[in-house]
Write a protein that binds this ligand. Structure first.
Ligand code: NAD
Length: 491
């Protein structure tokens, strides 16, 4: 069986405690690898290595840092097929999506490598003669990157790529459900020539490794993607140490279908948005808001299409939906289905764990549709599984109210042929991302990504925002008058 160690100071090592944990395939239960379970001592070692290498890495020219990141992207590209399979085996998304996860990592690393030749600051005028004013971007130091399991290549690449190009060194803790993918990504950076100590990975539990990263004094910046409960705890602990924290958290994304929508197009978007990755995307469509005039038509067709989705082995290219990622995830989703039934939503289809034959080895749940009303728990809380709640509305204003009346705000979508309504929705929807005539999923790496309300704390990843997350701005005044000059306020 494959063994995965910690990666500290350019070397793969066992955990100081020698403890290990297993990573398994959620479709079959097969054990894929035994991984090092790090602890506080390992985080200190990783921070030592990151601190030692920071000065050299910071001084290494940014375009040269970009070359290493580009090389990593090119290795990922060469290995895309096998790495896509690894994602599918370890996380359970269907093979096309497994490869898509790797592709997103490639796209982002290629994009962010170019920042090595931009990293733009400002130059501006001065109140005084013979004086120049400007800003430059500087790395923040050691960055702690903590990631979830649902995009095991894409999300870590967004963080590592941006932190590294900006000249930071990194202590990386991936989810314990996808350590194999994380180790493969780190190996690729190693092969691409990342110097020892610049990128360190400590696998292990949230309670030991995760918390030690949050507490470690030398790690002044944290970049976290995960659930709201963990985000809140991390934010509160880190704020006591005045750390800088970027949080990308959960959501409850609405897709609105207006009465004038292209119904065929909307149906494709709904199915992809709700059941892609078995609903385990932070941008997944979990609430479908349908105008009363097209409600029956949408429901009839949606139920037929949902029942026809093929659930099974995610490595089989004809399969539409794989398992959810493990027993805890399964329990949580089934529990929410139970809550939905008990609070009076109508279970239209699905709702059960699939147990017969090979299904019994994994964590498969039927694609599930509820007819619901706004205000139920299943319409307000993040489920993170293949469960879609459908809500009927009778006016644009009502749809916007329902869409916005939740604690989250990552992605949103509206299907309409009315250009005025489309533009109004861009203004009205409380979300970091709005799609017009497209599903709630489908990020592009050169645009900022993030949400409002409990989805985060205002941070954005990807696009030009990626560099802002991992840099400090230094303001510089250069006086070439050769005499003491005083700014207006000091005169
Ligand atoms: P999670 O919060 O359970 O864990 C995420 C990571 O944080 C893991 O590595 C975990 O070990 C670690 N962790 C958990 N508690 C911690 C703590 N107290 N201190 C330090 N580390 C801690 O989330 P998950 O189940 O892995 O992922 C699913 C969640 O991630 C969903 O809520 C989803 O919406 C969210 N997500 C958000 C985005 C986004 O960009 N907004 C993207 C992907 C996933």
């Amino acid at each position: 069986m494959r063994e995965c160690g910690l990666f500290i100071n350019g070397e793969w090592t066992a955990a100081s405690s020698r403890d290990t944990f297993e990573t398994t395939n959620p479709a079959t239960g097969e054990v894929l690898a035994r991984c090092a379970a790090g602890n506080e001592e390992d985080v200190v070692k990783a921070a030592d290595a990151a601190a030692k290498s920071f000065g050299d890495w910071k001084r290494f020219p940014a375009p040269k840092r970009g070359e290493i990141i580009l090389k990593a992207a090119s290795i990922l590209r060469q290995q895309k097929k096998s790495l896509g399979e690894m994602v599918t085996r370890e996380m359970g998304k269907v093979i096309a999506e497994g490869e898509g996860d790797v592709q997103e990592a490639i796209d982002f690393l290629e994009y962010i490598a170019g920042e090595g030749r931009r990293m733009l600051g400002e130059t501006t005028t001065s109140e005084l003669p013979n004086k120049r004013c400007m800003t430059v971007r500087q790395p923040v130091g050691i960055v702690g990157c903590i990631t979830p399991w649902n995009f095991p290549f894409a999300v870590p690449s967004w963080k590592l790529g941006a932190a590294l190009i900006a000249g930071n060194t990194v202590v990386f803790k991936p989810s314990s459900l996808t350590p194999l993918c994380a180790a493969a990504l780190v190996e690729i950076f190693q092969e691409a020539g990342i110097p020892p100590g610049v990128l360190n990975m400590v696998t292990g539990s949230a309670q030991t490794v995760g918390q030690a990263i949050v507490e470690e004094e030398r790690i002044r910046t944290l970049s976290f993607t995960g659930g709201v409960a963990a985000g809140r705890e991390i934010y509160s602990r880190a704020s006591k140490k005045l750390k800088r924290v970027a949080l990308e958290l959960g959501s409850k994304n609405p897709l609105i279908v207006m009465e004038d929508a292209d119904i065929d197009l909307a149906l494709e978007g709904i199915l992809f948005g709700a059941f892609g990755t078995a609903g385990q995307r932070c941008t997944a469509t979990s609430r479908l808001l349908v105008h009363e005039k097209v409600y029956s038509e949408i429901m009839d067709r949606l139920v037929r299409r949902t029942k026809a989705l093929k659930v099974g082995d995610p490595l089989d290219p004809s399969v539409d939906m794989g398992p959810v990622c493990g027993p805890e995830q399964e329990l949580k989703v089934l529990n929410y289905i139970d809550i939905g039934v008990k609070e009076g939503a109508r279970l239209v289809c699905g709702g059960k764990k699939l147990k017969e034959g090979d299904y019994g080895k994994g964590f498969f749940i039927e694609p599930t549709l509820f007819e619901a009303r706004h205000g139920l728990r299943i319409t307000k809380e993040e489920i993170f599984g293949p469960v879609l709640s459908v809500i009927k509305f009778s006016s644009y204003e009502e749809a916007i109210h329902v869409a916005n009346d939740v604690d989250y705000g990552l992605s949103s979508s509206i299907y309409t042929r009315d250009i005025n309504k489309a533009y109004r929705a861009i203004d009205d929807l409380e979300a970091g991302i709005t799609y017009i005539n497209a599903p709630t999923i489908g990020a592009e790496v050169h645009l900022p990504f993030g949400g409002v309300k409990n989805t985060g704390n205002g941070a954005r990843e990807a696009g030009t925002a990626a560099i802002a997350e991992f840099t400090e701005i230094k303001t510089v005044f250069i006086d070439y008058s050769g005499k003491l000059q005083k700014a207006q306020i000091e005169r």
